[in-house]
Design a binder for this molecule. Structure first.
Ligand SMILES: O=C(O)CCC(=O)C(=O)O
Ligand SMILES: [Fe+2]
Length: 381
């Protein structure tokens, strides 16, 4: 990251401050297609997509060298079952039953990959139908993935090793217009019954999703908080990865506050009679969302410590990217400023103040001070 990009990013977040939470984002006209890896830099991705939180799709040239694209796929572009069986046959994999809806998800069972592949072959032979229903192998996704936004409002990328997928993408906030009378999100935004109910409820103010077809080898970038649904159009293997960085860290913190508020509302009737009600809300939140406020502080701390260590190593004249260093100095400064902004919001949060932090080292306020001092010392870089 160069200095100009970092200043641009910091300016972006200054403008955004206080506006982030409840904004409904407009749907862009289209999803950009990035053709050539040689003329596309990380700075281009950072400024064009990560910061404005917009999706894009990368051509198959970006994944040309991937071993999985050579080894897992037959010359005709189908999954290479023999290769997968030989190499991963004994691996126990989680498999969801797409035909059974449990809230907004599908029930899962575990089986060795070889059993799953036997099922998949039968499913193909049966013209993409089976008495066992439509089984979905998590991580090597088969069939369709119900409507959702990714964990903790993370970014994600998804590459088709083989096959094709259709994506339906809604910008953050637009899912609110899709909720039913109980506040629930639809399971399938393409289901005729759902589309009919939208027409009935006069949901014309909700713009239609962005639709993208992802071909073999291509990579879809899914921005933070964009709800999406995915359909496999043929036999497909894909690899996905989720991540949080300085650009979406505040979204994660905002999401966790929303999750806690939802728990608090759900159990509000016991608030006055249960002495450790706030603690219980954190316990419930952890079991529903996978993390509580104390663990979020730990998450911030681990990253902050690493960045502070790296910041110490930056000597005068080393502000430009050094070949071989793990992170470039401008990126370190950017990360520290993003962590500091989020941590400043965490320490004044009344629910965080109710968490017993007496045993935490460093104390959250002390870590915030360290971050702010480091930022001040690096201001001129
Ligand atoms: O490719 C799919 O089936 C769904 C991918 C996805 O959205 C996810 O794993 O979060
Ligand atoms: Fe997803």
């Amino acid at each position: 990251m160069d200095r100009e990009t970092r200043l641009f990013a910091e300016c972006h977040f200054r403008r955004l401050r206080g506006r982030l939470p409840s904004r409904v984002c407009p749907t862009p006209d289209r999803v950009d297609f990035i053709e050539n890896p040689d003329s596309f830099s990380y700075a281009d991705f950072f400024k064009g997509y990560l910061l404005p939180n917009l999706p894009c799709i990368f051509s198959s040239a970006f994944t040309e060298g991937w071993g999985s694209r050579r080894h897992w796929v037959t010359p005709s572009g189908k999954p290479d079952f023999d290769y997968l069986l030989q190499n991963y046959g004994d691996v126990v994999v989680p498999v969801a039953n797409c035909g059974v809806q449990e809230y907004n998800s599908n029930p899962k069972e575990h089986m060795p990959l070889r059993d799953y592949i036997s099922y998949w072959k039968e499913f193909i032979k049966g013209h993409y139908s089976s008495p066992r229903g439509c089984l979905y192998l998590k991580d090597w996704h088969l069939c369709r993935s119900p409507f959702h936004a990714d964990i903790f409002r993370s970014f994600s990328w998804s590459v088709n090793i083989c096959g094709r997928k259709k994506w339906y993408l809604f910008p953050p906030g637009q899912e609110e217009a899709l909720r039913d009378c109980h506040g629930g999100l639809p399971y399938d935004v393409t289901a005729p019954a759902f589309l009919e109910s939208c027409r009935h409820r006069g949901l014309n103010h909700c713009s239609p999703p962005l639709e993208v077809t992802q071909e073999a080898g291509e990579m879809v970038f899914v921005p933070s908080g964009w709800h999406h649904q995915v359909h496999n159009m043929e036999d497909t293997i894909s690899i996905n990865h989720n991540w949080v960085n300085g650009c979406n860290l505040a979204n994660m913190w905002h999401f966790l506050q929303q999750e806690l508020r939802a728990v608090q509302q759900e159990v509000s009737e016991w608030k006055d009679t249960m002495p450790d009600w706030h603690h219980h809300c954190q316990v419930i939140m952890r079991s529903c969302s996978g993390i509580n406020f104390e663990e979020f502080y730990h998450f911030l701390k681990v990253i902050a410590k690493r960045r502070l260590l790296l910041a110490k190593e930056i000597g005068p004249g080393e502000v430009e990217y050094r070949e071989g260093s793990r992170l470039d100095p401008q990126q370190i400064i950017f990360d520290i400023s993003r962590i500091a902004e989020v941590l400043a919001s965490v320490v004044v949060n009344p629910d965080f103040q109710r968490v017993d932090t007496s045993m935490l080292t460093p104390q959250p306020e002390d870590l915030l001070q360290q971050l702010e001092e480091t930022m001040a010392a690096m201001e001129s870089l």
